[in-house]
Design a protein around this ligand. Structure first.
Ligand SMILES: [Ca+2]
Length: 381
């Protein structure tokens, strides 16, 4: 009798929740379109030290207005100029996506840039490619990455070029990101991962590619019920502006009009613990001579220990500083483990953690991670 009562109660509760989700103003509408909305912070000047201490370290997005309109690429990169320059490099091919509404299983093709320019206005083609070597002299390193050791964080610089009408999946990046618009408008939807961790982890359901399988034009609140808890930053990124998207923040991007953007992916862990910038980096201005052809950058080959340390730094930077964070992080994704293996892993993690937590206070500090060295005996049994 009592059981029947509870059963009816639960069915009622679940039923109510479903109809509430179906009635949500955002149900079957574009991702993020129903709000609630938050106001994105805006700046017109951002020296390196301020950028790292106020935004990268604290994981806050910021819109940087008029940050690239002095770059040669901003004034020079019309179709004629790009055709002339790329015609001199017919062997260099750029990678092109073949449909404007992003699908991660779509085909890509490779063509010289001048061939793309000839057809991009009448096709679905979308160039997503590293800044070609012959164009690097037109692209300046953004102001916040210019001072002292900051340029060494740069991992990849990607050009996004289409005739507009593109729409990305809802996703997160593998790196910190500065996205700069050179032509056209980008409509951005951003979600603070750190404020909405549970919902964000549920929405980004394709873990390997770090994206969501949801249809960005028609989001299903019944399939992704925690969407109801999200708050969104929704704004346009105009030509000349850059946006800092912290690592892990969820974003979705649409583009309008001839659309040219460059994103600067960078790896904060490369200067983790070494980011004590001098005073000069509190007021450094944009130096137009720091173009991408004047220094080398890109992925670095690390040995096993360096990669391990970067992994730990990244986790600490994401706020995973306690043993419980580590257990849920590692054992949470290993769903297939037997109870015995789970117990063993649990003990191993605990032992590893206590080796890293040098002062034994149960919390990994920045200094403990910086001081971590190969001499710590990680040969756990
Ligand atoms: Ca500690």
């Amino acid at each position: 009798m009592l059981l029947d009562y509870f059963l009816i109660f639960f069915i009622h509760l679940i039923g109510n929740q479903c109809s509430e989700l179906r009635d949500h103003p955002g149900h079957m509408k574009p991702f993020g379109s129903s709000g609630p909305f938050l106001e994105i912070e805006k700046v017109t000047d951002l020296p390196t030290k301020t950028f790292f201490s106020n935004y990268v370290k604290t994981k806050r997005a910021v819109l940087m207005q008029n940050f690239v309109n002095q770059f040669p690429a901003f004034s020079k990169w019309n179709d004629q100029y790009l055709t002339d320059v790329s015609s001199k490099h017919p062997d260099y091919k750029v990678s092109l996506e073949t449909i404007k509404k992003e699908s991660r299983d779509q085909d890509t093709i490779n063509l010289p840039l001048h061939d793309f320019l000839f057809i991009y206005n009448s096709s679905e083609l979308y160039m997503v490619n590293e800044v070609p070597p012959y164009l690097k002299e037109d692209v300046v390193l953004p102001q916040p990455l210019q001072c002292a050791q900051a340029p060494s964080v740069l991992e990849e610089t990607i050009v996004w070029f289409s005739s507009g009408g593109t729409s990305s999946v809802t996703h997160t990046d593998d790196y910190e990101n500065i996205l700069c618009a050179f032509d056209g408008i980008k409509e951005i939807i951003l979600v603070d991962y750190f404020k909405h961790k549970k919902a964000a982890d549920m929405i980004i359901d394709e873990h390997k590619g770090a994206y969501s399988t949801m249809d960005v034009d028609k989001v299903d609140y019944e399939k992704f019920p925690l969407l109801k808890d999200l708050e969104y930053y929704h704004f346009n990124l105009s030509a000349g502006d850059c946006l800092y998207i912290p690592y892990k923040w969820v974003h979705q991007v649409r583009s309008y009009g001839r659309n040219l953007a460059i994103n600067f992916w960078f790896n904060f862990e490369r200067i983790f613990g070494n980011a004590e910038f001098s005073d000069e980096c509190s007021y450094n201005k944009l130096d137009l001579s720091k173009t991408l052809d004047t220094f080398t950058y890109g992925p670095v080959q690390n040995d096993f220990f360096d990669n391990f340390k970067i992994f730990i730094m990244r986790q600490v930077n994401l706020g995973n500083r306690k043993i419980d964070d580590w257990i849920s992080l590692i054992l949470g994704v290993e769903r297939e483990l037997s109870d015995e293996k789970r117990e063993q892993s649990h003990d191993m993690l605990q032992e590893m953690f206590s080796l890293m937590d040098f002062d034994g206070n149960g919390v990994l500090s920045d200094d403990e991670v910086i001081d971590l060295n190969e001499n710590v005996n990680f040969n756990l049994n």
